[in-house]
Design a protein around this ligand. Structure first.
Ligand code: SF4
Length: 237
C-alpha cells in the first residue's frame, strides 16, 4: 500500500488563512471532513490540552466524529476522568478506547515486568504504535494535535503530512497555535481538561513515563525523563 498522494491537496490547504480566529484549524477540519468519508478519518487523541481544543472544533464540524484513545492501561486516573467529562459534554462523538493486544499481565509474562523501564520503545510499540496501526489500517487519514512550537522535531509539521509509517495522511490543524492560545481557548469556552495540568504536567502520557516539570520546563520535558526518548513512536518513522 502506498501513501496517499498529497499532490494538489497541499495547495488547497496553503490557501487557507492561518491567521483567522482558529489559525486555520477550523478550515482544515471542514476540508478534512468533507474530503474523506466519515469512516475513513479518525482523530487519535491523547486527551491532553491540545486535544480538548481539537475535540471542541471537531464537534463543531462533525458532531459524530470518530475519536480513538490509545488506552495503554497505564494512564493516570485524571486522564480517564477527563475522557468521562468529554463524553458527557459531547455525547454525539464516537469515542473509542483502543486496547493493546496484550494485557499488562500478558506483557509482563512475555517481556518481563515494567518493560517501560528497560525498553520503553518496545513498550510504546506494543501499547500504542501497533494499536494505532490496526486502527489506521482501514483509514485514509488521521488527525493529530501536533503544534510546531512543541519541539524542534515538530517545527516543520504541515497541515497535511504524508505519513509513510501508517500509510495515511496525517492532518494537523493546530500547527500554528501557541501554548497560551490553547489555554485561552479552553478557559474562554470553559472546557473540561485534565486536572494534572494544574499540577505541573504540561504533557501527559502514561504514569510510569510522565513527571511534573518546573514552571519554566519545556512542554515535553516531563516525558520519559532521563531516557533520551522524546516521542512514543506515533510521529517518528
Ligand atoms: Fe509504555 Fe511508557 Fe510508552 Fe506508556 S509511555 S506505552 S508506559 S513506554
Amino acid at each position: 500500500m502506498t501513501v496517499p498522494a498529497l499532490n494538489g491537496l497541499q495547495t488547497i490547504l496553503e490557501s487557507f488563512e492561518a491567521d483567522n480566529e482558529t489559525k486555520g484549524a477550523r478550515n482544515v477540519l471542514e476540508w478534512a471532513y468533507s474530503h474523506f468519508e466519515s469512516d475513513k478519518i479518525v482523530y487519535a487523541s491523547s486527551f491532553g490540552a491540545e486535544a480538548i481544543v481539537l475535540i471542541d472544533l471537531i464537534h463543531q464540524v462533525k458532531p459524530d466524529a470518530h475519536i480513538v484513545f490509545l488506552d495503554t492501561g497505564l494512564h493516570f486516573p485524571e486522564t480517564y476522568e477527563v475522557i468521562n467529562q468529554i463524553e458527557a459534554r459531547f455525547p454525539t462523538l464516537q469515542i473509542e478506547r483502543k486496547l493493546p493486544a496484550l494485557t499488562l499481565d500478558e506483557q509482563a509474562a512475555q517481556h518481563g515486568t515494567a518493560l517501560w523501564k528497560r525498553e520503553p520503545n518496545s513498550c510504546c510499540n506494543i501499547r500504542k504504535v501497533i494499536p494505532l496501526r490496526e486502527t489506521l489500517s482501514t483509514k485514509e487519514a488521521w488527525i493529530s494535535g501536533l503544534r510546531r512550537e512543541q519541539s524542534p522535531t515538530r517545527a516543520a509539521t504541515e497541515f497535511l503530512n504524508e505519513d509513510g509509517k501508517f500509510n495515511n495522511i496525517k492532518i494537523c490543524p493546530l500547527i500554528h497555535w501557541t501554548w497560551d492560545e490553547v489555554w485561552n481557548y479552553i478557559r474562554e469556552k470553559d472546557l473540561p481538561y485534565n486536572a494534572l495540568h494544574d499540577h505541573g504536567y504540561p504533557s501527559i502520557g502514561c504514569f510510569p513515563c510522565t513527571q511534573a516539570v518546573g514552571a519554566d520546563g519545556d512542554s515535553r520535558a516531563g516525558r520519559w525523563t532521563g531516557t533520551g526518548k522524546t516521542e512514543c513512536g506515533l510521529h517518528t518513522r
